[in-house]
Design a protein around this ligand. Sequence first.
Ligand code: HSE
Length: 338
Amino acid sequence: MKEFNVAVAGATGAVGDVFLEILAQRNFPIKNLKLLASERSVGKKIKFKGEEFVVEKLDKDSFQNIDIALFSAGGDRSKEFAPYAVQSGAVVVDNSSAFRMDPEIPLVVPEVNPQDIALYKKRGIIANPNCTTIIMVVPLKPLHDYAKIKRIVVSTYQAVSGAGAKAMAELESQIRQYVNGEEIKVSALAYQIAFNLIPQIDIFTDNLYTKEEMKMVNETRKIMGDSSINITATTVRVPVFRCHSESVTIETEKKITRQEAVELLSKAPGVTVIDDPQNKKYPMPLFLSGTDDCYVGRIREDISCEKGLSMWIVGDQLRKGAALNAIQIAEILGEKYL
Ligand code: HSE
């Protein structure tokens, strides 16, 4: 089996951790592994498959002899260092938003548009979509293929993992502070997140949608290869540790019944249907953290629209929403293209 020299840039963040966990779990064919991060994490020791690795500084010379560079170090670092990785001969799979909407760079969810991976040859970079977009498009793809989606209305319930390791720690400490009757400290997010909801993720754009909401609009169209889909999104941060949930209603050209949707989704790769209303069975973030699929439940025909269908989707933000999707891309890259 072919093996690759792999670099993980941003190895010490919340997503970096999960990258290493999944690379080990899936037995990714690694010849040599290099862990890269910013100055303040240099020298930190991280175990991978029982072996200790020392974190090195991410810089322009980090990518000599690297075949695949997995980036999860934030958009600015991707913009700065991904071009050096490409110059050194690596293919970059980038988890940030830096390159997602670049028309020359593929934006890929392997269950939806694996064929687009081939376009990496142009610029040496493949972009990994935003977590909320990935978790939504995996189940919507088979419904779109069957009935052509005309409109999507989505509201998200996004875990603190999406705001990074500091936000996860902050939710936990705010709960402790509350229980102990102490002052609740706010630093990673704009407001207290324990016992609260924050209806703003990322900054506002001119049309009063947030950047997170516009990512769902623009990225979904690019991944589905269909710019005619109308999408409106409201994205909300919730006090959940690491699974994102989404309430999604679609309007389709051809009617889909609940039964048809259940059948299509039950066969779809990367999707698990949990939908048994009589027995209170539906996907919930608490019970699905750390798993790989996108889970769909509460599937029902929309009583307000003849060709509408509503559903509830849950997916682990750090796994399918970030690291797993990027590693699936890297697996296809390794198997088919390198
Ligand atoms: N933008 C997402 C969030 C995480 O804030 O939850 C990135 O995939």
